[in-house]
Write a protein that binds this ligand. Structure first.
Ligand SMILES: NC(=O)c1ccc[n+]([C@@H]2O[C@H](COP(=O)([O-])OP(=O)(O)OC[C@H]3O[C@@H](n4cnc5c(N)ncnc54)[C@H](OP(=O)(O)O)[C@@H]3O)[C@@H](O)[C@H]2O)c1
Length: 388
């Protein structure tokens, strides 16, 4: 397939969004109109081929919906043979009229499949990740898949941008006072394999390999780092609020604000950062406005979804608890897994402020306000509890 000619388009030239459009991904409880954000000065034309990996995951169908809403008309969605593509197919059925959408099945651990996936692609949105249950799984499915895609893209010589979906998990947040600002300039974890967890380790390595290919082969890339993505389809409380241990729910977050981003807002942010001209080599954090504190989130969850017992662990105690757990885990040579450790405490539970200023300067605003996003999320959680 030949590489397409570079171009640009704005929302004026894209198909009009019906005035009564309701997001297919909104679980039926969000009746708001999702208007197009303005996409101008972008690096490709509407008919240039865009590849989305990890398209069957939680975020994938929302990203596909956002691309279609913004007038991209030539998408290749990559899924595994075993992937559940129900939500993805629903999005395509609702929004895909007039677009060319190819579903390719394979595994990005295979170099041949990676070559087939990237053939002709001008932009790659790389969402694939390991489930973080173990270091090998996280490394294979986050890092090796990334390397395979990058190598394959170099072969084709068509790529105008590799959009690497990273995570807030990569920030170490150590060595600074409480309540300091965490933004794109904040230090990234250096020793994640020893001090954090498999997911963080893999995401740090994934970012490193993308940056390395950028330097070595002049491969254009953008790194997008969402905070905690929430919405219907992932009815779980983020670990930044707390976690279960010894039969209790330990509420660790207290008065910290949670860097939440509603899944449709996050998808729009990825599209904007991924396609805007002049963003090569940049990093963008994604989080919404009006973020709730951990305490407020938990209170709302209990009120709207269902009550359960939780124990608040004040910050000094939670730090001491993580320190003791980490030491015992080291002393026992890993017989007790290091589920709690100081690295995690700094990253997830230390009092911190966040900023979405860089993304906003690009023209992004979260279309779904947090209050509305939470209502929708709690409704989906409640439904799931009732059906369990
Ligand atoms: N969700 C969040 O809160 C959050 C926060 C920050 C960053 N992120 C990042 O955002 C991205 C998307 O997250 P998500 O929550 O949508 O993840 P997800 O639901 O776990 O989806 C991961 C996707 O990767 C696919 N995949 C895994 N290994 C693969 C392989 N070897 N070959 C091909 N496909 C493979 C999975 O396919 P199957 O469907 O077959 O399993 C799935 O579609 C990830 O990079 C994640 O790190 C997510």
């Amino acid at each position: 397939m030949p590489c397409a000619v570079p171009g640009e388009f704005s929302t004026q030239e894209t198909p009009t969004v019906p005035s009564n459009y309701q997001a297919v991904t909104s679980h039926g409880c969000d009746q708001r109109i999702l208007r197009s954000m303005e996409l101008k000065n972008i690096i490709i034309a509407p008919d240039d081929l865009v590849l989305i990996t990890g398209a069957s995951g939680f975020l994938g169908p929302h990203l596909v919906a956002s691309l279609l809403r913004h007038g991209l008309r030539n998408l290749r969605v990559f899924v595994r043979r075993s992937s559940n593509v129900r939500r993805l197919k629903a999005v395509i059925a609702e929004l895909g009229a007039g677009a060319r959408i190819e579903m390719v099945r394979g595994n990005l651990l295979s170099r041949e499949d990676s070559v087939a996936a990237t053939r002709g692609a001008t932009v790659i949105f790389h969402l694939t990740r390991g489930n973080g249950s173990s270091f090998p799984d996280a490394f294979m499915n986050s890092v090796v898949t990334t390397r395979n895609l990058l190598d394959a893209s170099l072969e084709h010589k068509c790529l105008r941008r590799f959009v690497n979906i990273s995570s807030f998990a990569v920030y170490s947040n150590k060595g600074k006072a409480r309540w300091r600002l965490l933004d794109e300039s904040s230090p990234v974890e250096q020793n994640a394999g020893c001090t954090r967890d498999a997911y963080c380790f893999a995401k740090v390595k994934q970012d490193q390999i993308v940056i390395e290919y950028g330097k070595k082969f002049a491969l254009p890339y953008v790194i997008v780092r969402p905070g905690s993505v929430y919405g219907p389809g992932r009815p779980a409380i983020t670990g930044r609020v707390g976690t279960g241990a010894f039969g209790f729910y330990l509420h660790m977050g207290g008065s910290n604000r949670i860097p939440l981003t509603y899944v449709d807002n996050c998808a729009d942010a990825i599209v904007l950062a991924g396609l805007t001209q002049g963003a090569d080599g940049e990093v963008f954090n994604v989080l919404d406005d009006d973020l709730p504190t951990s305490r407020r989130f938990l209170r709302l969850y209990k009120k709207h979804v269902g009550h359960f017992r939780s124990i608040y662990v004040p910050h000094a105690f939670s730090y001491a608890f993580c320190w003791l757990w980490e030491k015992y885990s080291q002393w026992s040579e890993g017989q007790l897994p290091p589920a709690f450790n100081r690295g995690r405490w700094h990253a997830e539970w230390k009092k911190t402020r966040y900023s979405n200023g860089k993304l906003k300067r690009l023209g992004w605003t979260p279309k779904v306000p947090t209050a509305e996003g939470l209502t929708c999320f709690f409704e989906a959680c409640r439904e799931r509890e009732q059906n369990a």
